[in-house]
Ligand binder design. Structure first.
Ligand SMILES: [Zn+2]
Length: 197
């Protein structure tokens, strides 16, 4: 019984905590790990710890970075008059792949969800306001879920007095859809077809 071998059982337990990994796959991964060369496993563990320790959030926009500012905020070639608001930093990678947007980002690190106890105060919203001085367009690219829509609505109301053009991506992204899982063409069309909000 695998359960009697603590090191394997512990490894299976850890793999089973990964998103989308069930007990069966976790077991497979544990055996796969054991059968690999020692150096490969050491490298794997090293990179995992390194990523966790070195990657933080950009102090300006909330994107992943290993310095104070991310590679987008520190790039003077980015258009400085448009900000796209996303729920998670990982959404930026998907949008960047489309090549359709050359402006700046702001990461909320979540969406408003009263059922889960997430209020606007829990999100990275306060730091958005001082960034809007020379901004001509704010693009709301939160997910098309109930939470994402509620968040887009909240921010749009918050920014209304500032008289900045506010747009919302929608076209092409299925209702209830996560930006993260949209393919590049769909997302590029959604950006292209954004409408005033
Ligand atoms: Zn940044």
């Amino acid at each position: 019984m695998v359960e009697n071998l603590a090191p394997i059982a512990n490894l299976i337990d850890e793999f089973a905590k990964l998103p989308g990994i069930g007990r069966k796959t976790a077991t497979k991964l544990a055996f796969w790990t054991i059968e690999r060369k020692e150096q490969d496993v050491k490298n794997f563990a090293k990179h995992m710890v390194e990523a966790k320790m070195k990657i933080t959030f950009c102090e300006k926009c909330g994107h992943f970075t290993d310095e104070n500012l991310c590679n987008i905020c520190s790039n003077p070639k980015r258009e400085q008059n448009a900000i796209m608001i996303v729920e998670e930093a990982r959404d930026i990678f998907v949008i960047e792949k489309t090549g359709e947007f050359r402006g700046l980002y702001h990461v909320l690190h979540g969406a408003i969800s009263p059922l889960d106890g997430v209020s606007p105060d829990d999100l990275n919203i306060k730091s958005l306001l001082p960034r809007l001085k020379n901004i001509e367009e704010v693009i709301l690219a939160t997910n098309t879920t109930i939470e994402g829509e509620a968040t887009a609505m909240y921010i749009s109301k918050l920014l209304k007095p500032l008289e900045i053009k506010i747009t919302r991506i929608a076209k092409g992204i299925p209702i209830g859809g996560d930006i993260e899982y949209a393919d590049e063409i769909t997302l590029a069309k959604a950006l292209e077809g954004r409408r005033e909000f």
